[in-house]
Design a binder for this molecule. Sequence first.
Ligand code: 13P
Ligand code: SF4
Length: 294
Amino acid sequence: MGRIRREDALVLAHYYVPDAVQAAADFVGDSFALAQKAVASDKPVIVFCGVTFMGESAKILCPEKQVYLPVPDAHCAMADMASEEEILHMRESIEDLAVVTYVNSSARLKALSDVIVTSSNAVKVVSRLKEKNIYFIPDKNLGRYVAAQLPEKNFYFGWGCCPIHNATSLNEIAAAKEAHPGALLLAHPECPGEVCAQAAYVGSTAGIIAYAQKSAEKEFLVGTEAGTLYELSRRCPEKKFYPTRPDFLCADMKKITLEAIERIFAGEGTPLEVEPVVAEKAARALKRMLELAQ
Ligand code: 13P
Ligand code: SF4
């Protein structure tokens, strides 16, 4: 492979990657905004600074583009927390069922799904499905958060979760509140339900940032990966943000480095490929999300 010209590439980054990588990207966003940017781009190359499922989704939605992951072994721990057997069993057992899969999942799981959701569009997308019964995988916490807002639907949940968000406890929140009395709690819906119940706002990373920016409050406890504090502090330099615990970190997101990005531009990377049968089926579920989320 020859060198890749910088002007031929769109560099996308998630809010959880290291600050220096966010600073070097063309666009930083939540999972949904990043997928939309990938689709809207007219550049032939996408360098996706995030975990595997993010690059895979971009490749599936934009098969004509070359998509590179700077660190191909940076994986989301939740991406395989559901199985084909479980999905087939649910399809056989429950009538009028939609299999709704969180975007934090492998391409293989997406290919077995009716529709994909992200944390920022899940309530809207599921509310627009005609099916009464919803099998929500893999994230049980996000699933329960969505279900609480859609009492007209009947939900079945998978068993998966993000180990990093799911580790957030009421004790942790109590200690953070004691250390920063008066700070408003903002939480990602991957956190356990009892934590979300205490939050002033629950939403995606982009939702948390937008809420903090608009809020009249000056201090916030941030219940999501600490990389989000970079954009929060950049947009709101006069406000104070504290992670609910100092090690609220996704080790895989933190694997992405400027050096790894440079290697892609030096022509040392391998473009991402998704098995064509898997890609074709997963594309249907991802495109359905894009339609229903409008
Ligand atoms: P967002 O889509 O809210 O950015 O979340 C992605 C993620 O991986 C959360 O852990
Ligand atoms: Fe996956 Fe959790 Fe990391 Fe998000 S924070 S990418 S859900 S492991």
